[in-house]
Structure formats: C-alpha cells, structure tokens
Design a protein around this ligand. Structure first.
Ligand code: SAM
Ligand code: DTB
Ligand code: SF4
Length: 333
C-alpha cells in the first residue's frame, strides 16, 4: 500500500513526473485502485454567481475587469435563481455544486450574507456545496462552515516561482493563508492549478510539490488546461497536449493517493479517448454542465454517453474517508 506522505522532496516529485509515460500511467492507476473505486467519478456543476468586473489581474482570466472580453457581466445572482440551478444540477446527476464569484476577496457585507443563504439552500437540497470566492479571513471561513459549506476551491494556479508572471495583485502566500483558514474551519479543501500558461515543467513540479506537502493534502485537486480567452493576455497560448494533462494527473494521483483529482477546464477540446486516458491515470472527478464559469464545457448528454461507454458511475454525495468530518454541519442543519 502506498503511504500518504506530506514530506515529498522536489527531487522525488520530479522523478515521478519524469517516469516514462506508460509506466507512469500504470503506477498511477495502481495507486488509484488501492485507494479509490476506479469506476467512480464525481460529477460537479459550476455556477458563476457573480461574473466579471474583478479587480485582480490573473492573466488567464476572462473575468478580470482590466481585460476586454466578451462575457456576460452580472452582479450577484438572487438566491432563488441559484437554488433553481442547483436543483437542476442535482436532477442531471451532479452531487457537488460549486458557486464562483469574481471577487478578489470576500467582504463582510450584504453580498456575503446572500452567499451564506445560497450555501444554506444548496446544502438543504442535499448537494455537497462548494464555493470559490477569492481570499477569506478565518472568521469568514467559520461563517461559511456554519452555513453548511462542504468544500472551498482556492487554486494555487502555478508554482511559487512563476506566480508573479501570472498574477501581480496578490501573492502566492496570500493563497496559502486562505487555504489555511479553510482547513482550520474544517471545510474540505479543493486546490489545484492550470497548465498551458507558458510555465516550465519545473513550475508544474513545483506546484504539485506545494500541494502534496501541505500539512494535509487537499481533498480535491483540480487540474485545469488553460482555456485561452480572447481579450486576455494568454489568448494566443497554444493548447497543451493531452500527454501533459495525463502526466500531471498521474503524478498528482501518486503524490496524493486519496484526493479527488479533477479533470477540470479544457475537456471541451478533448476526445472521449483522451479523457479515458486521464481517468485511467487517476482522474476521478469532472465538471459537468454545458458551461464552466464563463467558457463552454461538454454537453451533459455527451458526458452521460461517455460514462456509459467507459462504464463509469457517478459518485454519491458526502462519500469518502473524510466525509464524516466535513458533513457534520450538513447533518445538523
Ligand atoms: N475569484 C476567485 C479566485 O480567483 O479564487 C474564484 C473564481 S476563479 C475564476 C477560479 C479558478 O478558475 C482560478 O483560480 C483558475 O484556476 C480557474 N480559471 C480561471 N480562468 C481560467 C481559464 N481561462 N482557464 C483555466 N482555468 C481558469
Ligand atoms: C477550477 O479549478 N476550475 C473551475 C473551478 N475551479 C472554479 C473554473 C474553470 C474556469 C474556466 C474559465 C471559465 O469558464 O471562466
Ligand atoms: Fe478575479 Fe478569480 Fe479571475 Fe483572478 S481568477 S481575475 S481573482 S475572478
């Protein structure tokens, strides 16, 4: 049985990352089987509850106010509308519902109160409720937990060394602080990053090293392929090859055996065969629904067909070794 370790060295991560590809897939698939049911894939739905107008300068992001992109900018959605979307997501087979807001950080204002209402409502529907709202204080994390938040997504995006090429309006350490507040509040941690932003292999290894040496591994690790959006500084960036996605996923799987490794943005440009390789290499979660936050995603019907073809089954909500710890709040509501 592979050990769960938090003391990986950069050299070890590099060695794993560089294992010949088919051997790497085999090793990752073996670790995956030791810890998870390889047929089971978590299906999550995303909803952008507040879109665009963000003060940050993340070079990949269509929602940064400073870039001129063609997105449907809107302020915070009404609670009712969000709950209707959550119900639809549940009906179409999702077990996790993630609400995203184009904020730098959460402010203690009526918008935050409204998000807390959304969290309560989605929780009541019986979905694992997740948010991605930017940076949080300890107190805000506690309030979200109290409202029934199950998971919080906060990506480190890239390596510490490459971070200032991607974002200058906050620091890598700020992200780690928020992750710490989320962990302290007993909320399930979702943190990963993006490949295809011009980073080196060393940066990819560095990013994985940061994630797998956190005091506790994130419960979920999204691996996004950059979706180049017209109007952003990365609009001309070349598509990453599927082999790079597979290598990232397989390495993440070996380093963090129990985590849900999520094949996230970029699926719309992948074939079913390519996605199958990612599942073989240990990916066990996807975003479903024809939109991610602002960009397209495969249609629900084609994903359902993919699940049938590959004999995959959607994972139940509130399942897994850490579930008791995280859904305690949900049960008492
Ligand atoms: N504003 C909050 C934040 O940055 O944490 C939450 C929303 S933000 C859009 C969530 C994540 O989406 C980012 O951290 C980034 O990893 C991912 N993302 C945004 N734009 C992307 C793109 N064009 N391609 C791939 N991933 C992207
Ligand atoms: C994550 O790692 N990927 C999702 C989710 N967490 C919030 C977001 C992907 C966004 C892709 C670009 C867009 O649709 O705006
Ligand atoms: Fe804002 Fe988040 Fe986009 Fe950065 S990734 S510009 S913080 S919405």
């Amino acid at each position: 049985m592979a050990f769960i370790r938090n003391d990986w060295t950069i050299k070890q991560v590099e060695e794993i990352y560089n294992i010949p590809l088919l051997e790497l897939i085999y090793q990752a698939a073996s670790v995956h089987r030791e810890y998870n049911d390889p047929q089971e894939v978590q299906v999550c739905t995303l909803l952008s509850v507040k879109t665009g107008g963000c003060p940050e300068d993340c070079v990949y992001c269509p929602q940064a106010a400073r870039y001129h992109t063609d997105i449907d900018v809107h302020k915070l959605l009404p609670v009712e509308e969000v709950l209707e979307s959550a119900l639809k997501a549940k009906e179409s087979g999702s077990t996790r519902f993630c609400m995203g807001a184009a904020w730098r950080e959460v402010r203690d204002n009526s918008d935050f109160d409204q998000v807390l209402e959304m969290v309560k409502g989605v929780n009541k529907i019986g979905l694992e409720v997740c948010c991605t709202l930017g940076m949080l204080t300890e107190d805000q994390a506690q309030k979200l937990k109290k409202a029934g938040l199950y998971a919080y997504n906060h990506n480190i995006d890239t390596s510490q060394e490459y971070y200032d090429q991607i974002i200058t309006t906050r620091k890598f350490e700020d992200r780690l602080d928020t992750l710490n507040h989320v962990r302290e509040a007993n909320i399930s941690v979702c943190s990963g990053g993006i490949i295809g932003m011009g980073e080196s292999v060393k940066d990819r290894i560095g990013m994985l090293h940061t994630l797998c040496t956190l005091p506790e591994h994130p419960e979920s690790v999204p691996v996004n392929a950059l979706v180049p959006v017209e109007g952003t500084p990365l609009e001309e960036q070349e598509k990453v090859s599927v082999w790079e996605m597979v290598r990232m996923i397989a390495t993440a799987r070996i380093l963090m055996p129990k985590a849900m490794v999520r094949l996230s943005a970029g699926r719309v440009r992948m074939t079913v065969e390519e996605q199958a390789l990612c599942f073989l290499a240990g990916a066990n979660s996807i975003f479903a629904g024809d939109k991610l936050l602002t960009t397209p995603n495969p249609e629900v019907a084609s994903d359902q067909e993919m699940f049938q073809t590959l004999n995959l089954k959607p994972r139940d909500a509130f399942k897994g070794a850490a579930a008791d710890k995280f859904d305690r709040q949900a049960k008492t509501l």
